[in-house]
Design a protein around this ligand. Sequence first.
Ligand SMILES: [Zn+2]
Length: 141
Amino acid sequence: MSNFIEMDFDEWCDTYKPIPNNYDENASFDGAMFETYGAEVEFVKKADPAHIWMYGDGDDGGTYIWSGWGFVNRLGYFITEVPCPPDTTIQIKVGINWYYCEGCGIEMEDEDSLINDKYYEYECCPQCVTPEQLKEIEANA
Ligand SMILES: [Zn+2]
């Protein structure tokens, strides 16, 4: 069985200690993120896999850091001083989720995907939902 751990970004930095990107002093995340191309990604590939982390888009619209090397939806990489424990997947939520309403075109912060969960399949949002839709949503909640 493998473990799944979620933590916040500050806790992750304190625990796993991302190393600075010496290729680019203006790198994202206070100079810790490595790009997905060129010399930076080549440097990441040489690191021990247990020390590699991927930064990317999550399925829910937020951005995350995950332990390990990955390709899908990748935005960058990190290398940490402290390795990820064996048989463990760690997920760090970085970005705030945004909900885009198909109904009225508005975008709003949706930190825990609560709006997304409730309104997405109805293509509306708390601002443009009709009383009929709301009734249907509440009935199916
Ligand atoms: Zn709307």
